[in-house]
Design a protein around this ligand. Structure first.
Ligand SMILES: *[C@@H]1O[C@H](CO)[C@@H](O)[C@H](O)[C@H]1NC(C)=O
Ligand SMILES: *[C@@H]1O[C@H](CO)[C@@H](O)[C@H](O)[C@H]1NC(C)=O
Length: 384
């Protein structure tokens, strides 16, 4: 349910990010999604700017479009920026009029690459859900951060990051049945208090689904919070960082593995074009890390290099045990990676026809996963 008030509120986000009447905003996101419809299109109507719509995103036509339509502001989701950064370099690619990029979900490595390659574009990263009752804007310029907590913000929206039990898939409750806030540096579930000023209107005709998004008796009997389903981390300077979706984080060897963090770290390996990390069930334990990888054109998978990168920048529990090479990674209409099918298919070489690899920690490399090794893992003769 999007009320008129909500529409106006979200539409003003673009102005807040710096959109002006003289701007030309370019969006290639689908209009059935609130980002393009409410932030982009409605945002242009709100300030009186020009909006350029493209029916289907094209990385190779992106800058040509920007030049042709005199675009000054672009709208993105993180994956689009990655596709743009992955296009072959062309002469004159810093020649464009784009001064501002507004969007969400850009990973730090892509953010840096984008600025280095395409010049000084101001990036306004925001965080929010269509149906949510609050959002953040990274107004600070800190790469990777989605925002910063301050007293001003705290006065208007009351949100907390609370301890979350990934295995039980629910917030941790103390002996009185209440939730506890996490410490700085610790990932927690973002919940936003539902108040008159921050209402949650729920889903049209689906009271059950609406109720599922509401967390009750969080810090006191009778209170109600909107459950964003997102794990965020706040550092000591009160910068907020997106960590993972609740269902995507998994537990391995007693530690939480945030799949987006692993993806961030490993996507720097030069033969990796795209990477999607998820947890698969192995006998005796739930959820061991696996990565689906799309290779950059003209490269091949190098197990040793991937293992070295993983060892250098990830704690050992977060290193993916399995790798699956794919021609194309499955994405949604709004460019979010799908994990469901991958999780279900697991790492069975009898079912998956694509190349599969398993980490050989002793040799420090990934080796092809044979049917024999698969059997050894199932019968627990081989320890992961
Ligand atoms: C872009 O700007 C140029 C120079 O000001 C102008 O001649 C041209 O008509 C503009 N293009 C569009 C599509 O508005
Ligand atoms: C977020 O960080 C970028 C990158 O440094 C910065 O340019 C921008 O001002 C920030 N975004 C917002 C909304 O402040």
């Amino acid at each position: 349910v999007i009320t008129e008030k909500k529409l106006l509120l979200v539409a003003s986000l673009a102005r807040l990010c710096g959109l002006r009447a003289s701007d030309v905003l370019y969006t290639a996101l689908p209009l059935y999604h609130s980002a393009a419809l409410l932030v982009g299109l409605a945002g242009c109507l709100e300030v009186g700017a020009t909006c350029v719509l493209r029916a289907k995103f094209s990385a190779s036509h992106f800058w040509d479009d920007c030049r042709r339509y005199n675009v000054t502001v672009i709208q993105y989701v993180g994956e689009l920026m990655r596709y743009i950064c992955n296009t072959p370099e062309r002469p004159g690619e810093r020649e464009h009029g784009v001064r501002l990029a507004v969007g969400n979900g850009m990973r730090a490595d892509v953010w840096e690459k984008f600025l280095r390659r395409f010049g000084p574009v101001t990036i306004r990263e925001f965080y929010g859900a269509t149906e949510g009752n609050a959002g953040f804007v990274n107004y600070t310029g800190k790469i990777g951060a989605v925002g910063r907590v301050n007293v001003f913000l705290k006065k208007f929206v009351s949100f907390e990051l609370i301890r979350y039990d990934v295995e039980q898939d629910e917030p941790v409750r103390d002996e009185r049945g209440f939730c506890t806030p996490v410490r700085p540096g610790e990932a927690g579930l973002l919940v936003v208090k539902i108040t008159k000023a921050a209402p949650f209107h729920g889903y049209a005709g689906d009271p059950e689904k609406t109720e599922r998004k509401i967390l009750r008796n969080v810090f006191a009997k009778g209170d109600a919070f909107f459950n964003t389903g997102d794990l965020l981390m706040m550092d000591r300077e009160q910068f907020l960082y997106f960590q993972d979706r609740v269902g995507d984080t998994f537990r391995w060897k007693g530690e939480n593995v945030a799949t987006t963090e692993v993806e961030n770290m490993l996507s720097a390996v030069s033969f990796i074009q795209e990477i999607n990390v998820y947890g698969v069930s192995v006998p005796g334990k739930c959820c061991c890390g696996m990565a689906a990888v799309r290779l950059r054109a003209g490269t091949r998978f190098e197990g040793e290099r991937l293992a070295a990168r993983a060892r250098a920048c990830l704690p050992s529990y977060a290193v993916p045990r399995f790798v699956r090479i794919q021609e194309a990674l499955e994405i949604t209409g709004t460019f979010k990676q799908r994990k469901g099918n991958l999780v279900r298919e697991g790492f069975d070489p009898n079912v998956i026809t694509e190349p599969l690899f398993v980490l050989d920690a002793a040799k420090g490399t990934y080796v092809p996963l044979s049917a024999a090794v698969y059997r050894d893992i199932l019968e627990m003769r081989l320890k992961l």
